[in-house]
Design a protein around this ligand. Structure first.
Ligand code: AAM
Length: 328
């Protein structure tokens, strides 16, 4: 099994009130590079600090890392437009961050990024590929892509109160800037990303398509952004099984997750790691509805389950990891 973490940035994240994947909007630019470092080394290296939400909920990268410490697995870090440098070695499929969703072509080279990631997916020699992501603002661009494809699903948020109306306004402005109507790009996934998406989506789609062509099982590890990646794969023509693994935090926030999975024929796993059994700062933010998902957390939790790790053991490991990072 290989665990891919696909990272990038979109200017969309710096729009006030849209993302909690960083203490303040500008801090979201450090989040993807820091997330890679946490998965790789257990702590930030070049990044100034561990990403936290404005109220201190730690990045879901911490959970993925804690699972990795209990159930070791191989990773590949795929970079598609980071703003800051990461100390984690990466495979680069694109070097520019995405522009604001309200511009006419936020990811002008989506096709090139897709093809490079597809080649990586095809080159893998694993039986299974789990794919996670980190791109602050990514639920807004996911909504943009779903809307362009004509898929009527809602998206989740790293904020406890999903700013969904604001996201819809931004998506409408993006449609207008790109001179398209909702649903105009059904069957044209790469165009949907070019006009309404973010740089991580073509990379996730490319890995998925390439791995599928090679006969590798794909698990999309995440919430509504990964549902969007799966929808893109269906619009591309992938007909084989696609698994989606996410957390109860997303499922509680976005009940349409089940409907989307049924209609797009995903095999959906929703894990509940019992964080409500703990009063530790590492875990309580998730129960307040913060962060919810990201950096493959849902897939990592499914992997822990599959390997017989108890929720209690997992919670203890997360707390140990959190304390190791926050104590310096
Ligand atoms: C990734 N790193 C994170 C984080 N994510 N660190 C802290 N909190 C998170 N939620 P939104 O569209 O609201 O910004 O949510 C998507 C982001 O949240 C993604 O980067 C995802 O990986 C997660």
């Amino acid at each position: 099994m290989k665990f891919a973490v696909v990272v990038g940035s979109t200017e969309t994240a710096t729009i006030e009130g849209i993302s909690a994947a960083g203490a303040v909007p500008e801090a979201t630019y450090h989040t993807p590079a820091a997330d890679l470092e946490i998965v790789e080394y257990g702590k930030p290296v070049f990044a100034p600090q561990m990403p936290v939400s404005p109220t201190g909920c730690p990045t879901p990268a911490l959970i993925t890392r804690a699972v990795r410490e209990l159930v070791s697995f191989d990773t590949v870090a795929v970079e598609s437009g980071l703003v800051t440098e990461s100390a984690t070695p990466t495979v680069t499929v694109g070097d520019k961050p995405g522009a604001d969703i309200r511009s006419n072509k936020p990811v002008p080279d989506a096709t090139e990024r897709f093809e490079r990631a597809r080649a990586v997916g095809r080159a893998l020699n694993d039986e299974e590929l789990i794919i996670g992501e980190s791109i602050p603002g990514g639920t807004t661009t996911a909504l943009g892509v779903l809307t362009a494809l004509g898929e009527p699903y809602n998206v989740s948020s790293s904020l406890p109160e999903n700013p969904i109306e604001r996201k819809q306004e931004l998506v409408n402005a993006g449609l207008e800037a790109s001179s398209i109507e909702a649903g105009a790009l059904a069957g044209e996934p790469l165009k949907a990303i070019t006009l309404m998406g973010d740089p991580v989506l073509p990379a996730v789609l490319g890995l998925t398509v390439g791995a599928n062509e090679r006969g590798i099982d794909v698990m999309l590890a995440g919430g509504t952004q990964m549902v969007t990646a799966g929808a893109l794969a269906r619009h591309f023509g992938v007909q084989d099984e696609l698994r989606v693994a996410t957390t109860v935090f997303v499922a509680d926030d976005t009940p349409e997750l089940h409907q989307a999975s049924d209609e797009l024929a995903f095999d959906l796993t929703v894990t509940d790691p019992g964080f409500d059994q703990s009063s530790h700062d590492a875990l309580t933010g998730f129960c307040r509805g913060e962060a919810k998902e990201g950096v493959g957390m849902g897939g990592a939790l499914a992997l822990a389950d599959r390997n017989g790790v108890s929720d209690k053991e997992l919670r203890q490991q997360i707390v140990r990891r959190y304390e190791a990072v926050t104590d310096g």
